[in-house]
Design a protein around this ligand. Structure first.
Ligand SMILES: Cc1cc2nc3c(=O)[nH]c(=O)nc-3n(C[C@H](O)[C@H](O)[C@H](O)COP(=O)(O)OP(=O)(O)OC[C@H]3O[C@@H](n4cnc5c(N)ncnc54)[C@H](O)[C@@H]3O)c2cc1C
Length: 307
């Protein structure tokens, strides 16, 4: 992997010359795909990512047909198909079934695979095309002038740095610092809160590849990552806590029992130094946890049954 601890610099007299053509802030799927496209077109690209290493945690668990088509146009879909699980239909609320097999596409299904696998693929493509990565650097602000843009960076050790480019792309996610720096709004609303997400192991596999259960208590949703781990997304109507309240395995188990009727022998949500399998995936201290709570910021309303 190509990484840069030291930033590329322009001349130091007067206004610095841009050191690169384009800086892409954020190495999620959007930034990685764009960086790869630009680099393959011969544009000099530097990606800036606040994480100091590739993540093996995941938010998205499914790649949709249109995303697969976009990847296919770049020769990337087949590799993802080899490691993902195609799901031809989904029944999120019992009476409603979404039938992907009716889609007129080479990919008439939803492909279950964790987001980090897609990111890994996109990163490899971008770096092979010549894009470089600055890791462990958070963009904190920007300054524009007619010749380019200065991106202010803060390193994990607190050191400050500036990277100058002709153009900047903000691909730094829903809470984008770049968007805020430009004064751009992000309209939408949060209609449910305290949604729990956890990556867990199960003693008993759910009946279906994607398992969704909902009733008057809330909902639970399981998606398999194919490596023995499952993503669970759960919401307990009676238990609404702030986003920074830790998620416990017991509360995820509890809502699973009340919605699904069985906790499927759920274990290992947080990882433990005693277990090599989980400590590989979930460091017991530092870094990301393996479970968290969130209030999704949505631009559309979910089914009224949730509210
Ligand atoms: C729980 C959950 C489940 C989801 N499930 C699905 C799904 O199944 N299928 C699907 O298609 N989509 C799903 N999504 C949506 C999907 O995850 C997002 O659409 C996708 O991650 C957006 O990609 P992105 O690259 O724009 O942003 P992100 O993935 O958010 O990436 C932004 C990157 O920028 C970095 N960054 C942020 N701020 C800075 C900064 N100031 N400086 C430097 N770096 C910074 C972050 O570390 C991150 O790596 C889900 C989202 C959530 C939250």
């Amino acid at each position: 992997m190509q990484t840069r601890d030291r930033l590329p610099r322009g001349s130091s007299d007067g206004r610095r010359a841009p050191a690169v053509d384009v800086v892409v802030v954020g190495a999620g799927p959007t930034g990685l795909l764009l960086a790869g496209d630009l680099a393959r077109a011969g544009v000099g690209v530097t990606m800036v990512e606040r994480r100091d290493r590739e993540s093996n945690l995941s938010r998205a668990f499914a790649v949709h047909a249109r995303s697969l088509e976009v990847l296919d146009a770049r020769g990337l879909a087949d590799e993802l198909l080899r490691i993902g699980t195609p799901v031809p239909s989904l029944s999120p609320f019992g009476r409603i079934t979404i039938d992907f097999s009716a889609l007129r596409t080479r990919f008439p299904y939803m492909l279950v695979t964790p987001q980090w696998r897609l990111e890994h693929l996109l990163l490899r493509r971008a770096e092979e095309a010549g894009a470089t990565m600055v890791r462990g650097a958070r963009a904190t602000g920007i300054r524009q002038d007619p010749d380019g843009v200065d991106v202010e960076l803060s390193r994990a050790d607190g050191a400050a740095d500036t990277l100058r480019a002709r153009y900047l792309v903000g691909a730094d996610g829903a809470r984008s610092t770049i968007r805020r720096s430009l004064g751009m709004p992000f309209p939408g609303e949060s209609v449910i809160s305290s949604v729990m997400l956890a990556d867990v192991r199960l003693e008993r596999a759910p009946d279906e590849a994607l398992n969704f259960a909902s009733n008057e208590h809330g909902f639970t949703f399981f998606a398999p990552f194919g490596d023995g781990w499952y993503r669970i997304i759960a919401w307990d109507r009676r238990r609404q806590l702030p986003d920074d309240a830790p998620v416990t395995l017991e509360e995820v188990r509890d809502i699973t029992r009340r919605t699904l009727g069985d906790d499927l022998g759920m274990h290992d949500a947080h990882g433990s130094p005693a277990s090599t399998a989980t400590s590989d995936r979930c460091p017991a201290t530092g870094g990301d946890g393996c479970s968290w709570r969130a209030t999704p910021h949505m631009c559309t309303r979910p089914p009224a049954a949730w509210a």
